[in-house]
Design a protein around this ligand. Structure first.
Ligand SMILES: [Zn+2]
Length: 263
């Protein structure tokens, strides 16, 4: 335990200067996005994914469930919905230029951040070896007076953060992964989307139309209407929330809680 504590302090010295990325910072080289359901990323943060891919990043998606409860149609079975939504997610990823999509096959609306899920996500992190991990916010239980966050989003965020720290880093956690040839990996940067306390803003003005095109691939979820104006307004509102918005900052933004664990 002493050893772990010493290493934790070494990783995050309390008085270390923080240098959060700016829009002039280079894109991460390899990104892993973890989401609870197909379409979570397209709503919340796919503009940033698209922008980074345009700048040369390699992006990978991991969808913990396949969104098999996501319909009001009583004649569609859960496996049928999952098949539809996996296809829609692959199509959205093709629009964004995402390199790979992994579906872990957990059931929608029943997700809990247990050790089995943490192990699965640790496996994915050690396989992809990302420079930046994007995940949901386990503390975002509700917002305003009209929004209760989906419990799967909380569970996905909790499991992802527990996987990236400390499980993916430590040799002795889930030693069976070493037997699979999956060595420990430290992910330096973490971007938490849908965050309760955002502290960085990414200018997605060059990528918002790609984000919207990707979102439209989720036909089973948005097929009844055009999300374009809604996404433009979200992007504008997020940009307006930027407290230190540079003069040349664009019209549209996505925001994140940012963490840098070093390398
Ligand atoms: Zn969702």
């Amino acid at each position: 335990m002493t050893d772990n504590r010493a290493r934790d302090i070494e990783q995050a010295p309390p008085n270390a200067p923080e240098a959060p990325p700016t829009d002039e910072s280079p894109a991460p080289r390899r990104v892993l996005l973890i989401q609870a359901h197909p379409d979570d990323a397209e709503f919340m943060c796919a503009g940033t994914v698209a922008k980074w891919v345009q700048e040369g990043a390699e992006a990978h998606y991991c969808s913990i469930t396949s969104g098999d409860k996501g319909t009001a149609d009583p004649f569609l079975s859960a496996p049928e919905i999952a098949t539809i939504r996996e296809r829609e997610q692959r199509n959205a990823c093709a629009v964004l230029g995402v390199t790979s999509v992994t579906f872990l096959g957990y059931l929608d609306a029943t997700l809990v951040p247990d050790l089995a899920l943490r192990r699965e996500l640790t496996r994915v992190i050690r396989r992809v070896k990302p420079d930046a991990l994007m995940c949901q916010d386990p503390t975002m239980r509700f917002s305003g007076q009209r929004y209760i966050n989906h419990p799967d989003h909380l569970a996905a965020g909790e499991a992802a953060l527990a996987a990236v720290f400390p499980s993916a880093r430590d040799h002795k956690t889930f030693p069976e992964l070493l037997d699979e040839g999956l060595e420990p990996h430290v992910t330096p940067e973490i971007y938490i989307y849908g965050a309760r306390e955002a502290d960085i803003w990414v200018d997605i003005s060059s990528a918002i139309d790609t984000k919207i095109a990707a979102l439209k691939e989720h036909v089973s979820q948005v097929g009844g209407g055009d999300p374009t104006e809604r996404m433009y307004e979200w992007g504008r509102e997020t940009a307006r929330q930027h407290p230190d918005r540079p003069d040349d900052f664009g019209e549209f933004a996505e925001s994140f809680k940012y963490m840098n664990l070093g390398s």
